[in-house]
Each structure stands twice: as C-alpha cells, then as structure tokens.
Write a protein that binds this ligand. Sequence first.
Ligand SMILES: Cc1cc2nc3c(=O)[nH]c(=O)nc-3n(C[C@H](O)[C@H](O)[C@H](O)COP(=O)(O)O)c2cc1C
Length: 328
Amino acid sequence: MKRICMLAVITLLISGFTGCTQTDKKPKDEHKEQLTEKQTDTNVLVAYFSNTGTTEGIAEMIADETQGTLYEIQPENSYTEEDLNYQDTDSRSSREQADSSIRPKILKSIDHMEAFDVIFLGYPIWMGDAPKIIHTFLESYDFSQKQIIPFCTSGSSDITSSAEVLKALVPNTKWLSGRRFSKESSPQDVQKWISALTSTHSEDKTKAKAKLYLKINNHVLETDLIDHASTQALLALLKEHDLTISMRDFNGFEKVGEIGTTLPRTDESLTTKAGDLILYEGNQFIIYYDVNTWKLTKLGEIKNCSENELKSILGKGEVNVTLSLSKN
Ligand SMILES: Cc1cc2nc3c(=O)[nH]c(=O)nc-3n(C[C@H](O)[C@H](O)[C@H](O)COP(=O)(O)O)c2cc1C
C-alpha cells in the first residue's frame, strides 16, 4: 500500500514529462567527446550531469552564452534504462535518491578547478532532488571563493528545494538563485536568464574587492568595479600582469582598444556617462567620455574625475592606458 502511494506521489510529481526512462541522450561524435572539458579562456565553468540529453542541451547554451568551459559530470558506472526507472522503488536511481549517504563515483575530475570563479551547475531533477552524483561533485572541490549558479531540467518540478539541499552541502559559497528549464527551453530563454542574473547582480552595486587603477601618461585614476563574472575575469588577468591597451577615439564619445583576449560578457542595455568603463563584445575595453546607448557590459567607473578632466587626461587621438591592480 505504502509503495503504491509513493508511486502515485512520484507519478503526480513528474506528470507531464515523457520518456524519462529512455537513455536517449544523443550519441556523441568524436569531436564532442573531445569537448567534454572544453577549455576556453574565461573563468566560467558549466558543469552538468545528464542522461537523456536535456540538461546537456541547456549546459551547451549556457557555455555558448558565457564562453564558459563545459564539463560533463560522468558517472563511473553509467545509468541504464532500468537504473533510471523511477517507478521501480528498487531501481538504482530510486535507491540512490532514498539514501542520503550514497555518493556515486565520478569518472573524471577537473584538473584546474582553481581557474574557475563562477560555476553553473546543471542536473536533472530526480524524485524532486538533484541526483546524488551532484553531491559527489560538490564534496570533491573547495568552492569557498567561488560562486555557484544551479540550473536544472525536469518534467515539472521546480528547482527551489533541490537547490536548498545543495546549498546546505556547501554553505561557505556564494549561491545565486537557480532556474529550471524544460525540454522546450530555447537559447533565448537561456540568454534572458543570464542577462537578468547579471543585471540583478550589477543593480545591487556590489563592488569588487580588488581595486583597478588606470595609468594614463602621468595620471593614476582610481575606479570602482561592479562585481560580476566579467570583472572577476578581468581581475584574474591583471593578477598575472598589468595590461597596456592602445586606445583610440570612436564616434566622439569613447576611447576603445583591444584587450587581447575574450572575457565573459554580462551585457545589458544601458546609457553611458563620462567615466564609465565598458567591456564591448567581450574583447574590447572602452572608457566613455560622453553619452551612448547600446547593449554593453559595464565593468565599473572612474572615481573623482569630472568629464572635462577626463577628456583632458585622455587627450585626442591614440593613447596608451595601463590597467593595473597597484597604484604605483
Ligand atoms: C530517475 C528519474 C526521476 C525523475 N524525477 C523527476 C521528478 O521528481 N520531477 C520531475 O519533474 N521530473 C523528474 N524526472 C524527469 C527528469 O528530471 C527530466 O526528464 C530531465 O529533463 C532529464 O534530464 P536529462 O535529459 O539531462 O537526463 C525524473 C527522471 C528520472 C530518470
């Protein structure tokens, strides 16, 4: 009787999803296999577990949007169709989800977790929760200086309670609110979510802890940075060395120059003002000295410098600007 009730509850919970017991994840071609841990030059990791390909599809969209590194959390023993039968209370997935101590082993670990500051963590909902292999993943690394953004796919269950359980496993980490996607979710849904995430994040005006100084001829300008994935990636770059950018005027409202690498974008529609520091298309650094409205990533702004002072410091034509973490 108890078993029938349990099955009824689970069936109700997952009503609306179809084919979840099929291990119908599309076969990976050789190229995709090589990309299981695709290295890019950003500090964003998109880690995911997926059996039937839905979570994997969303993870790929997030990686495209953030230029992040894709990492598949693969179980040492992969799940068969029988293992995934949620209607059988004795199937492997049912047993694992019912036992709080189970930690399925992961096939391949991440070599350089220290290179990542922002981790998108994706999983399918199993019996209302994250699969236990996600617990294994979270207990395998030190996340204390990182931000985790969970996302899930499911037939109908939302992400809230599963994310709360995961947060409790790694409390000394900054968790951003997660989001559920479905089989039907599109790249536009993912784009909207990421830009909402980043604008909420910039709206709270959290300032990055490290200071950025701009050295222009004999002047040293202090700045305030907004704390998000783009500034964190820039700061990580500057930790290694100062960056001197040759900047030129564009359209009478900005100085722009190539950074020499691509940083994650956190674009939003905004109207600039003199002193705004902007990342454009992920690979160009801009100092605004006048107004423009466009979809841009705001990194921060120059402090204590009027529009006229800024224009005179920048001068006309080409100028070298050094970005540095030290004032001297
Ligand atoms: C063992 C198992 C349990 C599931 N439990 C739930 C559930 O509680 N709620 C729900 O909405 N969907 C549930 N689903 C459906 C999956 O969350 C959904 O199909 C998901 O998108 C699969 O992701 P994947 O293709 O990346 O593996 C379950 C699926 C399986 C295999």
